[in-house]
Design a protein around this ligand. Structure first.
Ligand SMILES: [Fe+2]
Length: 275
């Protein structure tokens, strides 16, 4: 049985990572674009979006985090009051900085996803700070659960996918962009997205939409494609797991994490034998 059966929301996607808020980062460029993104999401079967603007990142056009939180709150309220068919919940994509622990204490309700224990943690694309795993350990001791944003796009993880396994073993979760499975971000990203999925290292598939253009809020085509490829439970990553996160519950079991490097080495050895 699919994990999302009999809960009455089968195929009602929850987009956990979306740059929907206008004029605060490199996402929606206007309130009009926010509306178009909401329309596209509704047409795709997305019933809930967590608005996750960049915070503490060079991608923020608005540098004062409190103004970003205010803009998120305004959009959440406006969608709620207007009876928007797509519910919008508050959140953020939190860039890793040396004083992030302090920020998480000061702004916890604004940096977490729908004021849960979960937060979306963004690393730079080209490196991972020394001490990142220590940081994950420390915040987990504070009762917070980091979700590594688009892990497949990080150059260091592309070279050493075992890093994701180590972070997941510590209790972190991993989010992959839907468009990575289509090759939109490149071959390395596509290969790594599938490698992580095969090794039970993906927990959330989200759009990371930035506009109503190329990077739009859509999930259905990728979930359907993955289901056809044999990942029959793919909808869990865009329905059940995000639902548990926004409800601040433990996430459903999506399989035991496997070390992707160990498996790759075994497979390489196997192939070499038959060359
Ligand atoms: Fe993002």
């Amino acid at each position: 049985m699919e994990a999302n059966e009999n809960k009455g929301f089968s195929q009602s996607y929850i987009d956990l990572h979306c740059h929907l808020v206008a004029n605060v980062d490199d996402g929606a460029a206007s309130e009009e674009e926010t509306k178009r993104m909401l329309d596209l999401a509704e047409r795709d079967g997305i019933k809930t979006i967590v608005a996750t603007p960049h915070v503490f990142s060079s991608h923020c056009s608005e540098k004062d985090p409190r103004k970003i939180f205010e803009a998120v709150g305004k959009l959440v309220d406006a969608c709620s009051k207007s009876g928007s068919p797509v519910a919008v919940l508050p959140g953020a994509e939190v860039f890793f900085t040396s004083n992030l622990s302090d920020y998480l204490t000061e702004y916890r309700d604004f940096l977490t996803l729908n004021r849960s224990s979960y937060f979306l943690l963004e690393f730079p694309f080209d490196f991972i700070f020394h001490g990142a795993t220590d940081f994950i350990y420390r915040v987990m001791m504070e009762g917070l659960i980091p979700i590594i944003a688009h892990a497949e796009r990080n150059r260091i993880i592309q070279r050493n996918p075992r890093l994701v396994y180590e972070m997941v073993q510590m209790g972190a979760l991993c989010q992959v962009n839907a468009a990575s499975f289509t090759g939109y971000f490149g071959e390395m990203e596509e290969d790594l997205a599938r490698l992580l999925l095969r090794n039970n290292l993906v927990h959330v598939i989200a759009s990371d939409a930035h506009s109503a253009g190329d990077r739009r809020p859509e999930l259905s085509a990728v979930i359907e494609q993955l289901s056809k490829e044999g990942f029959s439970h793919a909808a869990v990553f865009a329905c059940d797991v995000p639902l548990a996160i926004i409800n601040d519950e433990g996430v459903p079991d999506t399989g035991s994490p496997e070390d992707p490097v160990r498996h790759k080495r075994f497979f390489d050895f196997f192939l070499d034998k038959f060359k």
